[in-house]
Design a protein around this ligand. Structure first.
Ligand SMILES: Cc1cc2nc3c(=O)[nH]c(=O)nc-3n(C[C@H](O)[C@H](O)[C@H](O)COP(=O)(O)O)c2cc1C
Length: 222
């Protein structure tokens, strides 16, 4: 049975195509000096082009032994400090970032055949940034965060109901409450790679590498 499933997937997978989107013009030789600026241009085009959830990105971390894990998160901002996201320090990703403060982010915008990769150390934002992020979250999101148990084993829905009810009361009593474990991080980029896919596989790749306060740019073989 297991073999049949694998066979079935293999043939299904062979039928699928990739890089079907419409690739916009991209000339690496006239790219801006900073990767933040190019990311801004690409991101705004993704929004205007109707890319599905362009702010969803894969956050990769590693545990203390160097074992990687990855999950999708929402981008909160991009500025001179880097790419920002907010998480609970109690979650797996939160524990991993505390043990190893380095991360990689991956964006994929299939409609534009574009990928962006960002990597570097993570730096905690000032508490006011995390507080503003938390207070702007919808009530359900804040209540879930206040259960303080993300990524722990789950077995009993009644226990979740009870924890949510408790969180609801906590928020009702203190509407501006921000849990201590809510943290906003910035990935301070050491490398940012922009990848413009091409159906003929002549992909355009441009990597920015941090050099002190400036950036060097290198084109990469497809
Ligand atoms: C589109 C999308 C958006 C998500 N946004 C968030 C988010 O903003 N914050 C969050 O904690 N988890 C978010 N998740 C869930 C995470 O992928 C992940 O399951 C969760 O954070 C637990 O990860 P961890 O066990 O590695 O800590 C999102 C998932 C998807 C698919």
């Amino acid at each position: 049975m297991a073999e049949q499933t694998v066979d079935g997937l293999r043939s299904e997978l062979r039928k699928l195509t990739v890089l079907k989107g419409t690739a916009p013009e991209f000339d690496p030789s006239s790219a801006p000096d900073s990767p933040m600026e190019l990311f801004g241009e690409w991101f705004l085009l993704a929004v205007r082009s109707g890319v599905t959830e362009p702010h969803a990105m894969t956050l990769s971390t590693a545990d203390a032994d160097g074992r990687p894990s990855a999950r999708v998160l929402i981008l909160k901002d991009v500025d001179s400090a880097g790419w920002h996201f907010a998480i609970s320090t109690l979650s797996r990703k939160g524990r991993e970032l505390a043990a190893r403060p380095f991360a990689a982010l991956t964006f994929y915008w299939p409609e534009l055949v574009r990928q962006v990769r960002v990597s570097g150390p993570v730096v905690a934002d000032p508490p006011a940034v995390a507080a503003a992020d938390f207070r702007a979250r919808p009530p359900g999101s804040r209540q879930m965060a206040l259960t303080r148990r993300q990524s722990q084993p789950f077995s009993d829905p009644a226990e979740l109901d009870e924890a949510l009810e408790h969180a609801h009361q906590e928020l009702a009593a203190t509407p501006n409450l921000v849990p201590d474990e809510w943290l906003s991080y910035a990935v301070r980029p050491e490398e940012v790679e922009f990848w413009q896919g091409d159906s003929q596989r002549r992909h355009q790749r441009l990597r920015y590498s941090a050099e002190g306060d400036s950036w060097s740019r290198t084109r990469l073989w497809p």
